[in-house]
Write a protein that binds this ligand. Structure first.
Ligand SMILES: N[C@@H](CCC(=O)N[C@@H](CS)C(=O)NCC(=O)O)C(=O)O
Length: 308
């Protein structure tokens, strides 16, 4: 096969995990059943994926390498944890100093968006973060699944650290602590609630919105608004094609299993890169002369085209 594997699949150390026969797709389920509102009790948290766990008998992808359609195209499964932190102190997940923790991988552009927000909004003293090892490893003894793991010590790999919150050996352990019935992808980023010992949210596009607006009472840069009301329509429009063709587009290239979807994805990717080039040769940022979330979302993917 001519498919040219890029760093997008190589740098994650992908291997097919034998024994995993999960298939998609949650996209067939109604959104309301997957992403109900925030709940406080453990029992409710555990059912956070469906009012009826039996609905989860559908086999789900447990890793990006399984997210492939019958035609060989990469099809992303929606993120499962979709609760929101709010600036309102009475909300189920109120914005508080020291309560939340972000788990990231430097190899993951989605996680790096969130890390960029921690820094740019001046939130890194309020919300801690931990970096996993850059290559996947076995996530459980006696199980063939491979995914993000924590190092045994700080000396293992620069930047990566053992989990300081619950002492997890893998990101999978965080998901299983949050919900014993979870059977999807153990992805980063993970925004963790130390008080309720659960995952608040594992969808980067939503995590960055919370970091932008909900911690402003605690942030060092509360006036920096990367989603300002007067640019929201433009931001959404640009996010749409940039997500489809570039952010998710590189995954469509890297994870395609057939030549046709691969070629389509590459064509769309390079057309979109040309469009960015054209926009940015006339103005400083994608939505005009103001830095917005669109630039951050684009940058963390683009930077990976440079050699490291
Ligand atoms: N929708 C998620 C996507 C996150 C995602 O796909 N993360 C990948 C790494 S780049 C991951 O952790 N994959 C784990 C796996 O496939 O097992 C987001 O934007 O936060």
């Amino acid at each position: 096969m001519e498919i040219c594997r890029s760093i997008w699949s190589q740098d994650l150390g992908h291997r097919k995990s034998e024994g995993d026969n999960g298939t998609m797709s949650l996209s067939a389920l109604p959104r309301s059943c997957l992403f109900p509102p925030a709940t406080r009790s453990c029992k409710q948290r555990c059912s956070a994926f469906s009012p009826s766990p039996s609905k989860l008998s559908i086999r789900m992808a447990r890793s990006s390498i399984q997210e492939v359609s019958e035609s060989g195209a990469f099809v992303r499964t929606p993120s499962a944890f979709r609760n929101f932190i709010s600036g309102d102190p009475d909300s189920p997940f109120p914005a508080e100093s020291g309560r939340y923790h972000l788990y990231v991988s430097f190899a993951c552009p989605w996680a790096c968006r969130c890390l960029a927000y921690l820094k740019i909004k001046g939130l890194d003293k309020i919300i801690g973060h931990t970096v996993v090892k850059s290559k996947w490893g076995r996530t459980k003894d006696g199980d063939t699944h491979i995914g993000w793991v924590f190092p045994a010590s700080n000396a293992d790999e620069p930047g990566a650290e053992p989990d300081p919150i619950i002492g997890a050996g893998s990101v999978r352990e965080l998901y299983e602590t949050a919900s014993p019935i979870f059977s999807g992808k153990y992805s980063v980023p993970v925004l963790w609630d130390k008080e309720l010992k659960t995952i608040v949210n594992n969808e980067s596009s939503e995590i960055i919105r919370m970091l932008n607006s909900e911690f402003n009472g605690l942030a060092e840069n509360p006036n920096l608004d990367l989603y300002p009301p007067h640019l929201q329509a433009q931001i959404e429009e640009a996010n749409g094609w940039i997500y489809d063709c570039i952010n998710n587009g590189v995954y469509k290239c890297g994870f395609a299993k057939q030549q046709a979807p691969y070629e389509k994805a590459v064509e769309n990717l390079y057309k979109a890169l040309d469009k960015c080039e054209q926009i940015l040769s006339n103005q400083r940022f994608i939505c005009g002369n103001l830095l917005t979330e669109t630039d951050i979302r684009l940058f963390v993917t683009l930077i990976r085209f440079d050699e490291v």
